[in-house]
Design a protein around this ligand. Structure first.
Ligand code: TRP
Ligand code: SF4
Length: 342
């Protein structure tokens, strides 16, 4: 055991349903490794989902369950990490409220995802207080654990930068309570979906972790490859091939280079090349599928695991919030006495 204190990691995912390969490569796979070296908190965040799904909130619980299954099957381990559901740890909401008092509106208005998402999701009314506060709630999620490291993709970089600014402002007003969280960029080649565009649930082009071997085959076999390869005898360029983005994530480098060379000389055909990545995926997710179907049949075990995590999370957040209330001078004689008497 190392003598130095393990750094605290926190990351989160919105419950948007079953996870796809892009979510795995961009987040989950790295988190599973981080468990060995860091004190990790991983949270599913229903309140963030609610900020855009408030008209149809009933799906959030089901989606939370799907994400929970994927996490456990992929190897997030409740013995090593704290796995919990954000909205079951109410202190996040209290800290979010307090942070909202010190956050200048322009800081939130200039967050690029705010305007972008409003543009992209025109069918939803996202000019709401809650949606504007999305990155501030994320800040609360992070700093309430005094997290030092936040593994996220490039798309979240601005949110973490905001969290750092909020921490500086908070500490300046009330004393040194929170560390500035650092971003740990998970840089990954963008995975192409089955239509060649970026893999995304909303495009309907995703390959899911829970997909069976048959479905994996069915999805990848007809995928468009480098358009130079009209005939089997035409050489191609792997870096212009959507399928090869999957090779980059799932096929070991030596094998991959062999395939790349074969593509450039037309020594191999696309079918053969695709078969390699199909087999690699089927293999990589074999034990995943077993574990997932076990947990799927035992939902009580899944919810118990997460309730255990919620409890551990609450212990930490209650401690942090006691400090925060103290720092703001918001501790009253009757506060938090079990009897409720003054
Ligand atoms: N906004 C993140 C995303 O969409 C999800 C998230 C919520 C998160 N709270 C977090 C990520 C805290 C990291 C840390 O991916
Ligand atoms: Fe893509 Fe492989 Fe075909 Fe080359 S051989 S175009 S990398 S599928």
């Amino acid at each position: 055991m190392s003598q130095t204190r393990k750094k605290v990691v926190l990351s989160g995912m919105r419950p948007t349903g079953p996870l796809h390969l892009g979510n795995y490569v961009g987040a989950l796979r790295g988190w599973v490794r981080l468990q060995e070296t860091h004190k990790c908190f991983f949270t599913i965040v229903p309140w963030h989902a609610l900020s855009s799904e408030y008209q149809n909130p009933k799906v959030i619980k089901e989606y939370t369950f799907e994400v929970a299954l994927d996490w456990l099957a992929a190897g997030l381990d409740p013995e090593k990490s704290v796995l919990f559901i954000q909205s079951e740890v109410k202190e996040h909401a209290e800290l979010h409220l307090l942070l909202s008092m010190i956050t200048p509106l322009p800081w939130l208005e200039r967050v690029p995802t705010f305007k972008e998402q409003q543009q992209e999701l025109q069918n939803k009314e996202l000019n709401t207080y809650g949606f504007l506060g999305y990155p501030l709630l994320q800040t609360a999620d992070i700093i309430i654990y005094k997290a030092e490291v936040v593994p996220v993709g490039e798309d979240q970089a601005f949110h973490i930068e905001l969290a750092r600014e909020i921490v500086r402002r908070f500490n300046r007003f009330y004393g040194d309570i929170f560390p500035e969280p650092q971003i740990l960029l998970t840089e990954v080649p963008k995975l192409a979906g089955t239509d060649g565009r970026k893999m995304s649930k909303s495009y309907g082009n995703a390959i899911y972790l829970k997909d069976s071997p048959e479905i994996i085959k069915k999805k990848i076999s007809p995928m468009v490859t480098d358009t130079r390869r009209k005939r089997r005898s035409d050489p191609g360029e792997p870096n212009d091939c959507p399928v090869f983005t999957l090779h980059k994530a799932f096929v070991p480098e030596s094998k991959r280079e062999e395939l790349a060379a074969g593509c450039r000389t037309a020594a191999i055909g696309c079918l053969e090349c695709k078969k390699v990545v199909i087999d690699a995926l089927i293999e990589e997710f074999a034990s995943f599928r077993e574990k997932r179907s076990y947990f799927e049949k035992h939902p009580n075990i899944v919810w118990e695991i997460f309730e255990e995590g919620n409890k551990k999370a609450r212990e930490v957040t209650q401690k942090t919030m006691a400090e925060v209330r103290q720092a703001l001078g918001l501790v009253f004689p009757s506060s938090h006495k079990p009897t409720g008497k003054v």
